[in-house]
Design a protein around this ligand. Structure first.
Ligand SMILES: *[C@@H]1O[C@H](CO)[C@@H](O)[C@H](O)[C@H]1NC(C)=O
Ligand SMILES: *[C@@H]1O[C@H](CO)[C@@H](O)[C@H](O)[C@H]1NC(C)=O
Ligand SMILES: *[C@@H]1O[C@H](CO)[C@@H](O)[C@H](O)[C@H]1NC(C)=O
Ligand SMILES: *[C@@H]1O[C@H](CO)[C@@H](O)[C@H](O)[C@H]1NC(C)=O
Length: 442
């Protein structure tokens, strides 16, 4: 926790109606009481995340395999390492899988049958995250086959004699909806065997995610997925009203916003049965999730044209979050694969800086740009898990510096704004803040 020196002039930063107001109060030397570093639940206020009523703009990362690595003593240390390294560059949010359906080292071996040892491994992940002051976004299943996901739920349904014809039956068949809900209920009600805190009461958990990258190509109208989100969001909240919830969506625009589909990376994006704005208007969904993969959506070959796409994709979603949804938006995955033709590490650094600067453009106005999560951060010695996107900090000092700088900017912004305003504020956006945010020495 940083403390500011009190001088003759106290600059008071106030948050009000999304604008920053700055007042110079001569001769007053009242130190705003810095809150103790309390580990409390993240909440949201309008389009901002807040902790203890103070803004919480975040810099974060993904490491999806933490539970599976924690399940084996010989690899468990990697979990600790990644949190340690992440916290050394100021990352405070990690998104990871709280599912492994029916696969190797499955958490859920078959519907409602759990491997207690793997659950204890997830307990370890949660407990270890807290030690390094990292909060977790826990995803509850996958659209893709990796770690089971909707295809595994359909296999289970078939094995139970259901007449299922598509993996998208996951979204619509009542029995499969029931399997998924049972999983949600089990995870949320889990008592952590290390901390003795029930997951649904644990502030280490930043948010629940319904599914990694849900798509429902069997219904391009988006209606089938919409109905599933409506049912599941309310279900999660009925068990756990305290935590925030997000969908896990990639962010493609759909039929509800014909004027926005121009921002999609390609025309196929309209055929995958998702509808960004409509999905995020569902009761119980607290913040928006968007992924950014120019190399998978625009062209696999790296070109400088990826950069303007990233800017306009982010700006479009930030604008929606500010003006239509009134909720924060997290760019939950972004990165570039070193296996792409034309890849070089300076392009990766440019891409990361682009995402960070676009976000900061919103942050410094107190806007909805709540944070971004790198895909993905790995400790050393886990190359076998690398899909090309892994960032190993010790091997990439320039990238580390970019990440660190963004963390410092956001931390500084959050802590400057933690000064409570006790006076009526005048609308005055002060350039000092901008200078502060853009200064490398923060
Ligand atoms: C299974 O479902 C499909 C489509 O929903 C239907 O056409 C088919 O007749 C069903 N088969 C059986 C054996 O019920
Ligand atoms: C959790 O509960 C067990 C059994 O009641 C107790 O032995 C243990 O010390 C507790 N651990 C913590 C971290 O509170
Ligand atoms: C890296 O790739 C980008 C995008 O293709 C290119 O513009 C840039 O010149 C490359 N830089 C180096 C050092 O090769
Ligand atoms: C910053 O945000 C404004 C809208 O609030 C937008 O017009 C502008 O293009 C953004 N700048 C960058 C660099 O993203």
């Amino acid at each position: 926790m940083e403390y500011l020196q009190c001088t003759f002039i106290l600059w008071v930063l106030c948050f009000e109606a999304k604008y920053l107001y700055m007042l110079a109060i001569d001769g007053i030397c009242e130190l705003g009481t810095m809150e103790d570093d309390q580990w409390t639940m993240v909440q949201k206020k309008g389009s901002q995340f807040v902790v203890n009523d103070q803004p919480f703009y975040v810099n974060g990362f993904n490491t999806y395999w933490l539970m599976v690595f924690a399940a084996d003593q010989s690899t468990r240390g990697k979990v600790t390492e990644v949190f340690q390294q992440a916290s050394s560059v100021g990352l405070t949010i990690c998104r990871t899988w709280a599912f492994n359906d029916g696969q190797w080292r499955a958490l859920q071996k078959s519907p409602s049958v759990y491997d207690e040892e793997v659950f204890k491994a997830l307990d370890f992940v949660v407990s270890e995250a807290k030690k390094y002051k990292v909060r977790l976004i826990l995803s509850l299943t996958n659209n893709w086959d990796a770690y089971g996901g909707k295809a595994q739920y359909v296999k289970w349904g078939k094995a139970a004699g259901l007449n299922l014809t598509s993996d998208d039956d996951f979204f619509s068949h009542p029995t499969l909806r029931g399997y998924y809900k049972a999983h949600v209920k089990t995870v949320l009600n889990r008592m952590n065997t290390i901390t003795n805190i029930t997951y649904k009461d644990d502030p280490t958990i930043f948010a629940w995610e319904l599914m990694n990258e849900p798509r429902c190509t069997s219904d391009s109208s988006g209606a089938k997925l919409q109905a599933w989100i409506e049912e599941m969001a309310v279900f999660v909240k009925s068990i756990d009203p305290k935590h925030l919830l997000e969908i896990g969506s990639e962010g493609f625009y759909g039929p509800s916003t014909p004027d926005r589909v121009q921002f999609n990376p390609n025309t196929y994006a309209q055929q995958v049965g998702t509808d960004f704005v409509r999905h995020h208007q569902v009761l119980g969904v607290d913040f928006a999730s968007v992924h950014i993969y120019a190399d998978s959506w625009v062209s696999q070959s790296i070109t400088d044209a990826h950069i303007p796409f990233i800017k306009s994709w982010m700006q479009a979603h930030i604008d929606d979050a500010d003006n239509v949804l009134n909720m924060p938006v997290i760019f939950g995955e972004f990165g570039v694969s070193s296996k792409d033709p034309g890849y070089n590490s300076s392009f990766r650094d440019t891409l990361i800086s682009t995402v960070y600067n676009s976000l900061l453009n919103s942050t410094k106005k107190g806007g909805s740009g709540g944070g971004s999560l790198l895909w993905q951060l790995f400790p050393e010695g886990t190359d076998n898990m690398d899909d090309g996107y892994a960032i190993v900090l010790s091997k990439s000092p320039a990238t580390s510096n970019i990440i660190s700088l963004q963390s410092r900017r956001l931390t500084s912004f959050n802590s400057l704004c933690s000064w409570r305003c006790h006076w009526g504020c005048k609308k005055k956006i002060h350039s000092d803040l901008e200078t502060a945010l853009n200064h490398d020495d923060l």
